[in-house]
Design a protein around this ligand. Structure first.
Ligand SMILES: Nc1ncnc2c1ncn2[C@@H]1O[C@H](COP(=O)(O)OP(=O)(O)O)[C@@H](O)[C@H]1O
Ligand SMILES: [Mg+2]
Length: 472
């Protein structure tokens, strides 16, 4: 067995596994489980999970590998993309429905570009001239330098008059006899609809062997400079584009073995803020919900345990039975909190410290390894219980959890609001636990502080009833 200083524990954020040098490690430690099976089902359009539950991990695994005939791409929405949306909205006086149309074109454009020439060689010309014409239009517009990123695709949309004309030109050259009207700058929506229709016609003609999946990530954290409402409008448009493209168009294409699908990665609270029609059914029927929670009797067979064990077992020289790597590195027995049990296995300590998210467990092991390297003068083969209970470890892990809370809240609140939230704890005067009465008292002190300092609290739409009570 490897010494604990020697094995690689990878990354707490799966985004790192997209880098070439980390792909092999990820393929070894990645656990293919029921979540992956559901994700590969044709009716899954949303990949939902709290922060750190593995949304990016599943998308990265599929983007790194051709898995079960799925060829996948993963795109991130960046701050500049949102900024572009906001300026477009102002310049072109857009409505929410226009956001949906813009996102549809972006998704169709990136999906179209994911098809390689080899996939088209055995198809008759009548079936592929449209996609070829569109690709020529794209190459012409970008002077052969198109890069399949959201920001580039947005440019194509923004210049809808020029791009619609280019598409019409290459379709005519390819033999399309239908009449095309002239395109005008001022008729942005009309141009956009024309572009969308042409992409849809082209994709509907294709007979493909592989499925083409497009994952869209990056909406967990709202960039500080983008106001909440603008941000929400933008992702509402995106979610509704993903839904209607998949449901009304891509899933309806007949006669092709390979299918197209766009899948949006999202936190459940954000999903609920979008106000999608029938959202409960959409979570049940059209989503993977990454829920890793387990209970005492089943913890040893839980997905979370399998993932943690795999992380430790996968880098050993020999094949190990499930659970044996975990038992080797964490050999202690913890004090039980239930009278009917003599002791608890250490994985229960991990579950107590975590919110049942893979990132929590991985971070705990990483911090233990770090502590071990720093503190242990004698090299030991396994982790010890006192590392887990040491105050240095606890402090580092608390910092990690606070960081996660900050990110979680950043969707709704600005950094100054977050700092007010932290003030609450200073009014607890160093107490580390409190009852409901003490909580209310402390809360009132916070409200006094806010009033005395004339701090304006901007309340985002109904999130927390407690906070809304006094601030409205
Ligand atoms: N099925 C899995 N197999 C191995 N590791 C996983 C799996 N699912 C999640 N992880 C790990 O959990 C951590 C958090 O996942 P990540 O995808 O970054 O979370 P999210 O995008 O939901 O915030 C990463 O280190 C990731 O590699
Ligand atoms: Mg992520």
């Amino acid at each position: 067995m490897k010494s604990i200083s020697d094995f690689q524990l990878g990354f707490a954020d799966a985004v790192n596994y997209q880098r070439r040098e980390n792909k092999d490690l990820f393929n070894i430690i990645f656990v293919k489980n029921i979540f992956l099976d559901i994700l590969c089902s044709p009716s899954t359009y949303f990949l939902i999970g709290e922060k750190g539950t593995g949304k990016t991990a599943y998308a990265v695994f599929l983007a790194n590998n051709v898995f079960k005939e799925n060829v996948s791409e993963l795109k991130y929405i960046e701050e500049t993309d949102y900024q572009k949306f906001v300026t477009l909205k102002q310049e072109k006086h857009l409505q929410l429905s226009d956001y949906t149309s813009i996102w549809k074109v972006i998704i169709l454009l990136i999906l179209s570009r994911s098809i390689k020439n080899e996939e088209l060689v055995n198809s008759p010309f009548t079936k592929i001239f449209r996609i070829k014409a569109l690709n020529q239009a794209i190459d012409d517009y970008y002077a052969n330098a198109f890069s399949p990123e959201i920001i580039y695709a947005l440019k194509f949309v923004e210049d809808s008059k020029v791009t619609a004309e280019l598409i019409a030109k290459y379709l005519r050259l390819g033999g399309d006899k239908s009449l095309t009207t002239s395109f005008q700058e001022s008729r942005f929506q009309v141009n956009l609809l024309y572009i969308q229709n042409q992409f849809e016609n082209a994709l509907a003609d294709l007979k493909l062997k592989h499925n083409h999946l497009l994952f869209i990530d990056g909406i967990d954290i709202r960039p500080g400079l983008i106001p909440y409402q603008e941000y929400l409008d933008c992702i509402k448009g995106l979610a509704s584009a993903v839904w209607s493209l998949n449901n009304d168009f891509l899933s309806q294409i007949k006669g092709s073995k390979g299918r197209f699908r766009a899948i949006l990665l999202m936190r459940p609270d954000i999903f609920n803020s979008l106000g999608l029609h029938n959202s409960t059914n959409k979570i049940r029927d059209n989503s993977v919900y990454l829920d890793w929670r387990t209970n005492y009797p089943n913890h040893r067979n839980s997905q979370l345990f399998l993932l943690s064990d795999r992380l430790l077992a996968s880098q050993q020289e020999t094949e190990l039975e499930v659970g044996s790597a975990w038992d080797y590195y964490f050999p202690w027995k913890s004090k039980s909190r239930k009278p009917n049990r003599d002791y608890d296995p250490p994985f229960i300590d991990f579950l107590r410290l975590s919110y049942s998210r893979p990132r929590d467990i991985i971070t705990i092991i990483q911090l233990l390894q770090e502590e071990h390297k720093e503190k242990q003068s004698e090299p030991t083969l396994t982790f010890t219980e006192d590392l887990l209970s040491s105050s240095d470890f606890q402090t580092k892990y608390s910092e990690y959890l606070m960081g996660a809370i900050k990110d979680q809240l950043s969707f709704y609140y600005n950094i100054s609001d977050y700092n007010i939230f932290l003030r609450f704890f200073s009014f607890l005067n160093g107490r580390i636990d409190f009852n409901y009465f003490q909580y209310n008292q402390t809360y009132m002190k916070l409200i006094k502080y806010i009033e005395n300092n004339q701090i304006e609290m901007v309340c985002p739409p109904k999130r927390s009833p407690v906070l809304m009570l006094d601030w409205n």
